[in-house]
Design a protein around this ligand. Structure first.
Ligand SMILES: Nc1ncnc2c1ncn2[C@@H]1O[C@H](COP(=O)(O)OP(=O)(O)OP(=O)(O)O)[C@@H](O)[C@H]1O
Ligand SMILES: [Mg+2]
Length: 263
């Protein structure tokens, strides 16, 4: 096993020792100015602990996607530092971005094919991931034969097959109808309970954030800053009927109020 320090991937020269042992991702005074001059983030400091589900909410354009791209190493901060304690990262975009000519199984295999694993291991991981999202029977179908929710599940399976320690999700359910969205939320809750990854989950839906997360980061309008952090100390596993519990609706009201203050 590589040591913890070897696993730590750092950006902008941050000292790995700055990352607390329990931290999976740490943003330290991160500012981001794009080449166009847009200041997307201004001195954002935030952390996700290992195994924690962190939701990020905030007005459009406040830098939520930028934060995820920084965590994935797809961007570098203009100043400050981003430290990620693993190279095992799955990224789920708002659009499922499937290859239309490839089967569901092939699409779900795409990322794991880059991971230099033995073929048998790859196949068993993809089979397990398709099973986890309930698509075993659709492995041979093309994406066009699937509903929107099913396509999003292929995208989830593609990331799950990597067995990532860190899952970055950028409004994954934004394009789905309300019922499918609720189904997907429950499916993600189950996957999170079983697989035990760390999640950074961007959403515009406060109720979704409260249902899924251990902690919600509320960002202010551009340039994005952390306006507030709210612990969601609701027990797991979380059940659908939680949506009707007073403790849940109180958190939704509290965060909605915070959001009204920053927009
Ligand atoms: N590649 C880029 N080049 C220039 N500016 C960018 C780029 N990506 C994002 N921006 C700008 O940075 C700001 C933050 O963008 P970002 O996509 O991170 O916001 P967001 O919070 O995810 O918004 P939304 O909720 O609408 O998805 C916006 O003003 C956007 O125009
Ligand atoms: Mg975005």
């Amino acid at each position: 096993m590589p040591s913890f320090a070897q696993l730590v991937d750092t950006v902008d020269g941050v000292d790995a020792r700055q990352l607390h042992r329990d931290d999976q991702v740490s943003f330290h005074e991160v500012s981001m100015t794009y080449s166009t001059g847009t200041i997307a983030l201004a001195s954002v400091s935030a952390t996700a602990r290992r195994g924690e589900f962190v939701a990020i909410v905030g007005p459009s354009g406040c830098g939520k996607s930028t934060l995820l791209r920084l965590a994935a190493g797809l961007e570098r901060p203009s100043s400050g530092s981003v430290a990620v304690a693993t190279r095992s990262v799955g990224f789920i975009f708002q659009e499922p971005t499937l290859m239309p000519w490839a089967s569901v199984r092939r699409n779900a295999s795409l990322l794991v094919e880059l991971a230099h694993l033995p073929a048998a291991e790859r196949r068993s991981r993809v089979a397990a991931a398709l099973d986890a999202v309930g698509l075993t029977d659709f492995g041979d179908q093309l994406p066009k034969a699937l509903s929107g929710g099913m396509r999003m599940r292929v995208s989830l399976a593609r990331a799950l097959a990597l067995e990532p320690e860190l899952m970055l999700l950028d409004e994954p359910f934004g394009a789905l109808d309300e019922l499918t969205r609720q189904e997907m939320q429950l499916q993600l809750l189950g996957l999170f309970d079983r697989a035990g990854f760390t999640a950074l989950f961007v959403t515009h839906s406060v109720s979704e954030a409260v249902l899924l997360a251990d902690r919600v980061i509320v960002m202010s309008a551009r340039p994005g800053r952390v306006a507030a952090e709210v612990e969601i100390d609701l027990p797991r596993p979380r059940e659908p009927r939680l949506r009707f519990a007073p403790a849940y609706t109180e958190k939704v009201a509290q965060i909605s109020e915070l959001l009204r203050g920053v927009e």
